[in-house]
Ligand binder design. Structure first.
Ligand code: F6P
Length: 362
């Protein structure tokens, strides 16, 4: 077997499951007698000279703790130089060249890049950074907004975190005969709120992809057989003429209708929590697929799960498959986004089960 040197990095926001992927890639490299080096702090670590690295072969990276959230490699800090700040300063060309040089100096045969749709879109757009090595991407995000894959690392754990959180809220909600408006993360994609809402048997689920009517929501809650429960709202929903946080807007409307309620913001615990079994299986499936892609000399690909099958798709197919929109942070860059589709089976199930999800698919 040809000896190879593999680099691995995590970029963008963290989520649970990253350590499982990293750990399984390390194991797979050991099996193949390949060298592996961790790149610390994502893009920031590559921008540093020399690149910031983590030794993943020593005992500090324990198998027993690979189910813990966060990333052993870290994801970089807010103030660091990155694609966004470089673009703002008009220095993107020089920034990308520096990343390319760092990778060259590391003398890698392949790089496993674990990232969300923003990072993967940039990997496609600024592909010259990875010239001379095999680029294998693994999709992760609690938002589940990456096109072409049925699951992303971290999503199922985030849903579980919300379910556990709502289970607790329901107990106090019942004691006080009040409703909780729970605001989920997810950016512009409603997948997280939809899945968590169905799992917790929320009475209403509001997501950005579906227009809703506040009066109908109130009617629905008033007609409910209970005087407590969960209204799950995705962070990016909007109501014409109103501003503020999604949950606050809905809470105000409920107050005006004399429906006792409180808001709840689970925030970053959605990105935490011990990695659930399905995310660990996904991590192993993606790690195995990534290692095989390296053996098969593939490059510029992303691992995906499609109808139960693990495989790779090209980054250009990933990019073309989503809705291409301006990157909200990086001037001149585009991101490929996925949203809840109108024919999503969970939308139908939620409606059939009497959950209010709004009126019209946008
Ligand atoms: O993309 C993951 C995510 O957690 C979103 O759901 C959320 O809107 C955002 O990141 C929060 O980002 P930050 O870590 O910059 O606050």
């Amino acid at each position: 077997m040809v000896r190879k040197k593999i680099g691995i990095m995590t970029t963008g926001g963290d989520c649970s499951g990253l350590n499982t992927v990293v750990q399984r890639i390390v194991d797979g490299c050991k099996l193949r007698k390949w060298d592996i080096v961790g790149i610390k702090d994502g893009t920031d670590g590559l921008y540093s000279v020399p690149a910031k690295t983590v030794d993943l072969t020593n005992e500090s990276f324990q198998f027993a703790s690979s189910h813990l959230a966060g990333s052993i490699l870290a994801n970089g800090n807010d103030g660091a130089e990155n694609f966004e700040s470089a673009a703002r300063a008009g220095k993107l060309g020089a920034f990308n060249k520096k990343l390319q040089k760092s990778l060259k100096d590391l003398n890698l045969d392949a790089l496993v890049l674990i990232g969300g749709n923003g990072s993967l879109s940039l990997a496609h757009l600024y592909n010259e950074i990875y010239n001379g090595l095999q680029l294998i991407c693994i999709p992760k995000t609690i938002d589940m907004d990456v096109p072409l894959t049925d699951r992303t690392i971290g999503f199922d754990t985030a849903v579980q975190q919300l379910v556990s959180y709502c289970d607790q809220l329901l107990l106090t909600a019942r004691s006080h005969h009040r409703w909780f408006v729970v605001q989920t993360m997810g950016r512009d994609c409603g997948n997280l709120a939809l899945h968590a809402g169905v799992a917790t048997a929320a009475d209403a689920i509001l997501i950005p992809e579906i227009k809703f009517d506040v009066d109908n929501l109130i009617k629905h809650i008033k007609q409910s057989k209970r005087d407590y429960g969960i209204i799950m709202v995705s962070e990016a929903i909007s109501i014409r003429g109103h501003s503020g946080k999604a949950a606050d807007m809905i809470s105000r409307a409920l107050n005006n209708a004399n429906i006792p309620n409180r808001t709840a913001f689970p925030e970053y615990i959605q990105r935490a929590g011990d990695t659930v079994a399905s995310d660990r299986i996904l991590a192993v499936g993606f790690a195995d697929t990534a290692l095989k892609a390296i053996e098969n000399n593939e490059t510029n690909v992303m691992t995906v799960l499609q109808d139960g099958e693990y495989k790779t798709v090209s980054l250009s197919d990933f990019f073309a498959a989503g809705k291409q929109e301006k990157d909200p942070h990086i001037i001149g860059a585009m991101t490929s986004n996925r949203y809840v589709e109108p024919d999503d089976i969970l939308l139908q199930i939620a409606t059939d089960m009497g959950i209010y999800i709004g009126e019209k698919r946008k």
